[in-house]
Design a protein around this ligand. Sequence first.
Ligand SMILES: [Mg+2]
Length: 278
Amino acid sequence: MAYEENEARAALADPAAAGVASGDALPGHNDVFAHVETWIFDLDNTLYSHEAGLWPQVDTQITLYMCELFGLDAMSARALQKYYYHRYGTTLRGLMAEHAVDPQAFLDFAHDIDYSAVVRDERLRRAVANLPGRRFVFTNGSRAHAGAVVGRLGIADLFEDLFDIVDAAFVPKPEAVTYARFIERHGIDPTRAAMFEDLSANLAVPHGLGMQTVLVLPATPDPHREAHEQGRSAEAHIGHQTTDLAAFLHCAAGGVSQLSDTRPIYDVLQRTDGVRQR
Ligand SMILES: [Mg+2]
């Protein structure tokens, strides 16, 4: 098993060495994911692009919420918001810990945004629908937000559940207790699961649990990502990375014929230099 996996991964890393012509299916390219029976997706900037502009809207809403809550000007509110984000992982967690803020009121306000830039994604739908097994969204946002997004993408019916920050008892990824809570609630075997995320830090615990980990990178520069949120592809807990989630999923599921616009597999199944350790 380990040998076969290494062989498949070597083919992913260097298709030319594996004797594969451009655009052809790589022999065994889906072996790495053949054992996967649960597919877990982060929501924001993973299932849709930052180009939809949702996060800047949420970010602004949170600043407005802080302005109203504390009677602060926007600059001071923003500084406090970022302080909570860095200290507690989410602004909400900081507000709950230090000010007993009602989380539902906060979440409703934060996600009172314009979703119209998120549009139906048939290519993603085909790729997700083609994945064998169970599928989940696992987000630090709210269920209502996740529902709005997957609804607009046209993929809502493809997921068994949307695990949100309320389900996580307001303890966000990347805290280990939250992955444990998610896994236990849904009876998931992490060694037979794959996780897709745009934030590298959120893949460390899944890797440690034995999941396949895939870093979904922005296809175009994202000016709203903070420095510590930028993926560092050489990190050992990142098993794979891609800038094209739909194409990656299509390849991972072993299909080659349904996505006419799939780029050559070796472009989208980029292995990182990180050595996976079990
Ligand atoms: Mg994300």
